[in-house]
Design a protein around this ligand. Structure first.
Ligand code: API
Length: 274
């Protein structure tokens, strides 16, 4: 029997498992079966909450995409994680430090509604993303299927490729997202963001997520898109990123971590035998 919570961050939805008081092991096929929206629980990502490996952090958390692949970071998941450990009484803190596959993040429960996450420093070095390039650039040229794309490429712990579009409503998210998410220059794949600048402090974004497809929101995608736009002075260093499922406030300046603030929603608790 697996006890879990169903949660979402702006419609990016999660199955969250407390593996502090439970001892659940799931392989990638079982995760993909649970992710199935017709035959399973249905989710974009599975979040496994575990005891800390390091005495300086409160918890470790593992993130799995709907296809069963384990990934390094999830921004909407981090906010839901913070809400979950309070909801379950696993922590009574308002400031929670958690390690993931790639780094440590700090989560601040700001109010009943809002959660702020220090998402760490963006990574621009191609080898660290990873991305095949001779040197680090603000903008790269990607060629695929006889098309040419100008894009920003960076990591928030997970790889992101961001493309500017004139109209988010008609952006070719499914077609170009599927084309680029497995581009041969991304050794570990990439999340593909489509960004429309509205004003100096407001942009719209849609994200084709690695291992999932288009989601209603992507926290690391919002961070990556905002950082790329701020590097080019297309956005001020504090901006609202509006995704189909809702908005996130992102603050960043060079040499500093990315701060992301938004909601995290508990939907229901459940149990399932697998
Ligand atoms: N699909 C992402 C992981 C989830 C990221 C997203 N849900 C977020 O809120 O950051 C990847 O493969 O790197």
């Amino acid at each position: 029997m697996i006890h879990f919570s169903k949660m979402h961050g702006l419609g990016n939805d999660f199955m969250v498992i407390d593996n502090v008081t439970q001892n659940i092991f799931l392989n990638s096929e079982q995760i993909a079966a649970l992710a199935d929206r017709n035959r399973g629980v249905g989710f974009d990502q599975l979040l496994m909450v575990e005891p800390p490996y390091d005495p300086d952090v409160d918890f470790h958390y593992r993130i799995f995409n709907a296809d069963g692949s384990e990934v390094q970071q999830c921004g909407n998941g981090a906010r839901c994680f913070g809400r979950f450990v309070r909801h379950k009484g696993l922590s009574n803190k308002n400031q929670i430090r958690v390690s993931t596959k790639k780094g440590v993040i700090d989560i601040q429960l700001k109010s009943e509604e809002l959660v702020e996450v220090d998402m760490g420093m963006p990574e621009f070095e191609p080898q660290q993303i990873p991305f095949k390039a001779n040197k680090s650039e603000v903008t790269y040229i990607l060629r695929a299927a006889e098309q040419t794309f100008l894009c920003g490429v960076l990591s928030m712990g997970n790889p992101h490729c961001v493309i500017l579009v004139d109209d988010i409503a008609t952006a070719p998210v499914a077609e170009v997202g599927a084309l680029l998410t497995r581009h041969e220059r991304f050794a570990e794949g990439a999340n593909i963001g489509f960004l429309q600048i509205i004003s100096r402090d407001h942009a719209k974004l849609r994200v084709f997520e690695r291992g999932v497809g288009e989601t209603q929101a992507c926290g690391t995608g919002a961070c990556a898109a905002a950082v790329w736009a701020m590097r080019q002075d297309k956005l001020a260093n504090s901006a609202r990123i509006e995704l189909p499922g809702g908005s996130l406030d992102i603050t960043w300046q060079a040499g500093h971590p990315v701060m992301m603030t938004g909601t995290a929603t508990h939907v229901f608790d459940g149990q399932i035998v697998i």
